[in-house]
Write a protein that binds this ligand. Structure first.
Ligand code: MG
Ligand code: MG
Length: 257
């Protein structure tokens, strides 16, 4: 069952989303050569708690970090730790914040220093796929339209869409119904209605879309070792169209938000 939220609930989620967005802005600035993913985790936890939120991922099914940090061929769910960022790395940073009983969830992929053309193109495709999916979050559309939008944009740019990992409904819990694949035919699935909130999260690859789990039981990698990108927003369907609850502010020239 897809839980629909009231306007007041959406406003609370948007306040959680503001903390998520500000945390991602901070981490994007902090992610430099020589910094470890563990450093980013501590920075995030301190910032989130200073704003009155709590890091949703910490303790979730025993997850030890406050955020997920997934470099290069790691797609998602990386545990922050001793990994030291270096020039040319690609890094997915995923942040969830719980505030007043509601969750917001968002991720970005950034490059450390100057990106290669492949890395820049991959990140751009991920963001464009997410934007296309957000555009479908309107009353009367179907969930399949959201999924299809990602696949269409990403595959047209020659990249792979991970099949075995999906987005999700979000609200009082981080993971609510429905599951939101990043591929599939349009015009299928539940009809979208005001108050539904989705964490839409394209996970895409420069090579084949097959993935495999790592030895820590959390991290997921591309099977062929190719680069992966991941971006995510928490988006509400409203009578006035999509409302991005984790909005990070207006785009600068050539900047993906
Ligand atoms: Mg997330
Ligand atoms: Mg998520």
């Amino acid at each position: 069952m897809i839980v629909r939220k009231t306007e007041a609930e959406l406003d609370t989620m948007a306040r959680a989303g503001r903390i998520v967005a500000d945390t991602l802005d901070l981490l994007e600035r902090e992610a430099r050569p020589g910094v470890t993913t563990g450093d980013l985790d501590r920075t995030a936890e301190e910032f989130i708690t200073s704003r009155g939120g709590s890091p949703t991922f910490k303790g979730y099914r025993g997850f030890p970090g406050s955020i997920c940090t997934s470099p290069n061929a790691m797609v998602v769910h990386g545990i922050p730790g001793p990994y030291r960022l270096s020039e040319g790395d690609l890094l997915s940073i995923d942040v969830g914040v719980t505030l007043d009983g509601y969750v917001a969830d968002s991720a970005i992929t950034v490059t450390i220093g100057e990106p290669t053309k492949q890395a820049a193109d991959l990140i751009e495709a991920c963001n464009l796929g997410l934007q296309a999916a957000i555009e479908q979050c309107r009353e009367g559309r179907r969930l399949g339209d959201v999924s299809h939008a990602v696949q269409e944009v990403v595959e047209a740019r020659g990249f792979g869409v991970v099949r075995s990992l999906v987005g999700h409904g979000v609200g009082r819990s981080m993971h609510e119904d429905p599951q939101i694949p990043n591929y599939g035919p349009p015009g299928r699935g539940p009809k979208l209605a005001a108050g539904m909130v989705f964490a839409i999260e394209p996970m895409i690859t420069a090579g084949d879309y097959d993935v495999e789990g790592g030895s820590d039981g959390w991290a997921v990698f591309t099977r062929d070792g190719s680069l992966a990108a991941h971006c995510e927003h928490t988006v509400a369907v409203t009578a006035n169209g999509p409302r991005v609850l984790t909005y990070r502010g207006p785009k600068g020239p050539g900047e993906a938000r």
